[in-house]
Ligand binder design. Structure first.
Ligand code: ADE
Length: 390
């Protein structure tokens, strides 16, 4: 199998962003292969604020595949992890690390076991697409370790089998998941519409109202919608195809008015169906530039101030320069905010302290990347076990 001693460990670490759909994926036409009922479009968020980091290690001393998520061991036996592992192992190639005296031939990967540690820098399973970032990172990092030569399109179709929207996290910027026609799912892949630099003045503010795990998983919610909602079929077949074309044009032309109208219309269609938010309770607001984001944040902090004891800098996280843009440096500044000028005497603005847990200010971000700095690896290079356990 490999030359040199039999106690070597080889590792790779990757970081992959999350994404938020502006034309939503909701409903599968094939549950096993995770094939959607319509195309969808998303923006990739800045990995500095919302991403999964994953280290994968391989060693002949490992006796089984194991995984830790946020420091706790989790089973890898689920169909979704297994599909991704199987597909990546099929594409694995020879690996040689001369310095460490390691040679792995492509057939060896079928017998070698892996240890995987992953960490999300934002709440897991709370409607912020942690599984999208997580499964994309799982596939991306395994592919790097196993020297898979295929492009991001192919990797996106594997990530899709782990979590549908994970395919869109394979690229930065603006991404379309084309639903495809083939029964095998080979053409149900993500494509990049434009990179993050195409329209880099957009600011995204996420109001996190709950970091608890959502009660209904997206899988169950989608299945219920497909089985019970005539509106969903109408949406997929009649509404979304036109909206996709208009959204592509809005992105191409950096036309914020059209981009915002289409984004809101698409989200609202789910409220028309059952008065629920998409997949979790947290709302994502998009401002066309930093100045508007500052004004938006002033209004948000007026209506949803932090509980009295909270520090402003732990209430607004991510890109803190938006606080500066809003002219807010301390809780005193928040307390002194005037009511939004557009609020009318008849409908005075109300304050709801403590309703929002915190705000994340972010922006468009780049796609997956390999982290070469060994200090960022989540597994120890000597034991192959997590450096941190919770
Ligand atoms: N589900 C949620 N977050 C994840 C992660 N980082 N890796 C794998 N699965 C996940």
């Amino acid at each position: 199998m490999a030359s040199g001693t039999e106690s070597w460990i080889l590792m790779a670490t990757g970081r992959t962003p999350t994404n938020i759909a502006v034309i939503k994926y909701w409903g599968k036409r094939d549950e096993a292969l995770i094939l959607p009922v319509n195309d969808s479009i998303s923006v990739t968020l800045d990995p500095d604020h919302l991403s999964a980091t994953t280290t994968v290690a391989v060693s002949p001393t490992f006796d089984r595949d194991r995984m830790w998520l946020n420091g706790k061991e989790i089973p890898l036996s689920g169909d979704r992890f297994q599909s991704c592992l199987r597909e990546i192992r099929k594409l694995a190639d020879d690996v040689e690390d001369e310095k460490k005296g390691i040679r792995i031939q492509k057939d060896d990967w079928q017998k070698l076991h892996v240890h995987i540690a992953s960490y999300n820098n934002f709440p897991t399973a709370a409607g912020l697409a942690s599984s999208a970032a997580g499964l994309a990172c799982f596939v991306f990092t395994l592919a790097k370790l196993m020297n898979v030569k295929e492009d991001c399109g192919k990797l996106s179709s594997i990530a899709r089998q782990g979590s549908g929207s994970a395919c869109r996290s394979m690229y930065g910027g603006f991404v379309k998941w084309t639903m495809g026609k083939d029964a095998s799912g080979s053409d149900s892949i993500a494509v990049q519409l434009a990179s993050e630099s195409h329209w880099n003045d957009l600011v995204i503010i996420i109001a996190v109202v709950s970091s608890k795990q959502k009660e209904t998983s997206s899988t169950t919610g989608m299945r219920d919608s497909v089985e019970t909602s005539p509106l969903l079929q109408h949406r997929a077949q009649t509404v979304v195809p036109g909206r996709i074309l208009q959204m592509e044009e809005a992105i191409r032309n950096r036309d914020f008015a059209s981009f915002a109208r289409l984004t809101c219309a698409d989200s609202n269609q789910f409220h028309a169906a059952a008065y629920t938010f998409d997949a979790g309770p947290n709302s994502v607001l998009i401002a066309p530039n930093r100045k508007s984001a500052g004004l938006l944040l002033q209004r948000l902090l007026f209506c949803f101030p932090p509980p009295a004891h909270n520090e402003l800098t732990s209430y607004v996280i991510g890109d803190k320069s938006i606080l500066h843009e809003a002219g807010l440096q301390s809780m005193k500044d928040v307390e002194a905010l005037p009511p939004p000028p557009e609020s009318k005497d008849k409908y005075p603005s109300q304050k709801f302290p403590g309703v929002v847990s915190y705000f994340i200010c972010t922006r468009l971000g780049s796609g997956p990347r390999v982290l070469t700095d060994e200090s960022l690896a989540l597994l120890s290079p000597t034991t192959g076990l997590p450096k941190l356990l919770y």
